[in-house]
Design a protein. Sequence first.
Length: 220
Amino acid sequence: MAECADIKLIACCSSLDELTRFLPIDLLFIDLDDETGICDLLPAGVITVLLSSKAEHAVDAYNADARDFLLKPISKQRFQSCLFRVRNNAFLPPAVSKQSNPASQLAPVYQTRLIVRDPGRFRFVDVSDIDAIKGAGNYVDLLLRDGRHLLHRETLNNLERKLNPADFVRVNRSFIIRFPSIMEVRANVQGEYTIVLRNERELTLSKRSRQKLTELLEVS
């Protein structure tokens, strides 16, 4: 890092709590061998590079939208390649960035595929195949339209930020549903809604999220 004249090393931290004292920053390197389960706690707006001695942590980097993943031991050439990627995608002046790709400044990019890790293999799941997502602590239960359930290591809050809000709706603290998977919406006496999915599963819409679904359905 000492050879990089355009990058200033602010601090080396042993925990995220310690890191918060130095925010805001532009670029963050995290060693997953020292910090497990950190991907769901990354500070917003910070370009992140994850590194580890375990190749399977590359999936964590993908799910955390990290800019790059470095497998230890890291060669100087690979590190320079990582910095090249960071510079060309993160540190362009605003005027140059907008001129080179104005669409990227206007529309966020949402995740269309998830990598779900199983013992000895990785599954690739299109988000269009998901009917609903149930939170389970540091995991989510993916309810697929073919009736299968897949356990995915990511918090519900973190996954919600990556999904297109035009397709996915947070209906309560525990569930996100895919809007095209809704088969029926019933109004309850209490002023709430019961949502029926195409697999006939029923969910109750919380009052906090009712307005969001009402706007999508264009009902009063």
